[in-house]
Design a protein around this ligand. Structure first.
Ligand SMILES: Nc1ncnc2c1ncn2[C@@H]1O[C@H](COP(=O)(O)OP(=O)(O)O)[C@@H](O)[C@H]1O
Ligand SMILES: [Mg+2]
Length: 219
């Protein structure tokens, strides 16, 4: 693995849509930015670089109805690689604490299990894309799919709240099951938080895990 010279600490946030990753990341940033200053790097895929953004636009383009699931997985991995090369690796080389909203486990869960192209295959492809670089800690926000979806839909047309079709629910159930398998397979890296708890408890728990994994930044 090419990460041995990297002196920073890399942490990812994972979990289904609506689990509370982004809002927890914001709350944590508010708390620790005054202490860490430029030592703290908050990022998310595709990471804001032009190449990853262009790849992302191809994935999301509604005109691309012919997109094959493996093509989609390869494009996500390509966008991830570029974000890693342009943002994460330079930050780690400069001794920063990097908190990233989603990373490889999202692809294993969503493409591998959700799209059913194979969790191992997607993991292997991402090992190539990342040169095996994994976070020191992955904070996994665990919620049943329907709770996450309900949180997201709470801000939309209330008439649409209960209109989750069966296929969509099954997709999200596969995603969560895959996350739980990943956590069970990598218990030292992936720490589960019960994200059905109130925001304050979730944020406090996540911050405690981060301080344990990145102790030297908080001395
Ligand atoms: N612990 C919580 N309890 C209730 N609602 C929450 C909680 N955490 C986040 N939310 C709300 O759920 C919605 C989705 O949160 P968000 O942080 O965007 O999730 P994610 O980034 O995981 O998709 C937002 O409206 C957010 O305010
Ligand atoms: Mg989010």
């Amino acid at each position: 693995m090419g990460s041995s010279r990297l002196s920073g600490t890399f942490i990812s946030f994972e979990g289904p849509d609506g689990a509370g990753k982004t809002s927890a990341l914001q709350a944590i940033t508010t708390q620790i930015k005054p202490v860490l200053g430029d030592q703290l790097v908050i990022t998310r895929e595709p990471g804001g670089n032009p190449i990853s953004e262009s790849i992302r636009a191809i994935i999301l383009d509604r005109a691309n109805t012919a997109m094959d699931y493996r093509t989609e997985a390869l494009l996500y991995a390509a966008a991830r690689r570029q974000h890693l090369a342009q943002t994460i690796l330079p930050a780690l080389a400069a001794d920063k604490l990097v908190l990233c909203d989603r990373y490889v486990d999202s692809s294993v869960a969503y493409q591998g299990a959700g799209r059913q192209i194979g969790e191992d295959a997607v993991a292997q492809m991402n090992t190539f894309a990342t040169d095996g670089l994994l976070p020191a800690l992955t904070v996994y926000f665990d919620v049943p799919a329907e709770i996450g979806l309900r949180r997201i839909q709470a801000h939309r047309d209330p008439q649409k709240v209960d209109r989750l079709d069966v296929e969509q629910a099954a997709f999200h159930d596969r995603v969560r099951a895959a996350y739980l398998r990943l956590q069970a397979a990598h218990p030292d890296r992936i720490k589960l938080i019960d994200a059905t708890q109130n925001r304050e408890t979730v944020v406090t728990t996540a911050l405690t895990l981060i301080k344990q994994a990145a102790q030297n930044y908080f001395d």
